[in-house]
Write a protein that binds this ligand. Structure first.
Ligand SMILES: Nc1nc2c(c(=O)[nH]1)N[C@H]1C(S)=C(S)[C@@H](COP(=O)(O)O)O[C@H]1N2
Ligand SMILES: [Mo]
Length: 196
């Protein structure tokens, strides 16, 4: 399987972070029941030439790729060393052909969660839609069956229970960004909250 590794732009543990062993859970509004694979789709829409949507089977048939990366939550915990299995977002977004004016995006997840990303952050080589971690399916509590993992930004940028990617011609803030979180969220620059 093709594998990529996220190379941190600074120390492996970003400033102000503390390493934990067990993967915590943080949600605004988790779905009550697990999300069935059957009927699930990931939609890509907005500032694109053609809207597309993928079923679980479509993604499995595209062929999984592996991605090695740590995760860093703005609440200061980090989980080091995960091997993720999924598909680079760049491949999914390319199928929709963003229009030339496209420069931003919102990743959507259940329920009422969204988070904004620059288009270039969305299609970075290690920005993935994943369904496995360390060989096991992503548990419901951590956003399975499919969640985003954007390892170069704080974990709030990685929507759980993924439902869609909205491509945008201008910046539009997501759930936490509207409530004072930084619009970009680089852990190595400690971009935790917006100032002012
Ligand atoms: N759909 C959805 N995705 C979400 C959230 C959420 O509340 N709903 N919380 C975000 C935040 S703030 C964090 S820190 C991570 C937590 O992921 P975890 O619960 O798997 O640790 O998920 C992010 N993705
Ligand atoms: Mo978070």
């Amino acid at each position: 399987m093709n594998r990529v590794r996220f190379v941190p732009p600074g120390p492996p543990v970003p400033p102000g972070q503390i390493v934990v062993e067990d993967w915590p859970r943080l949600d605004i509004d988790p779905p009550v029941d697990s999300v069935p694979l059957e009927g699930w789709r990931l939609r890509v829409w907005g500032a694109v030439e053609k809207e597309v949507s993928f079923s679980a089977e479509d993604l499995f048939e595209m062929g999984a790729q592996e991605m090695e990366a740590d995760i860093h939550c703005v609440t200061t915990w980090s989980v080091m060393g995960s091997l993720w299995e999924g598909i680079p977002l760049e491949r999914l977004v390319a199928e929709a052909s963003p229009i030339p004016q496209a420069c931003h995006s919102l990743c959507h997840g259940l329920r009422r969660y969204d988070t904004n990303l620059l288009l270039e952050d969305l299609v970075a080589p290690t920005s993935f839609l994943v369904w496995k971690r360390n060989g096991k399916e992503i548990p419901h509590r951590n956003g399975g069956p499919f969640r985003f993992i954007i390892p170069h930004l704080y974990l709030w940028k990685s929507a759980k229970w993924a439902t869609g990617i909205e491509i945008l011609p201008q910046e539009k803030m997501g759930f936490w960004e509207q409530r004072g979180y930084h619009h970009r969220g680089d852990p190595w620059k400690e971009e935790r909250f917006s100032v002012g």
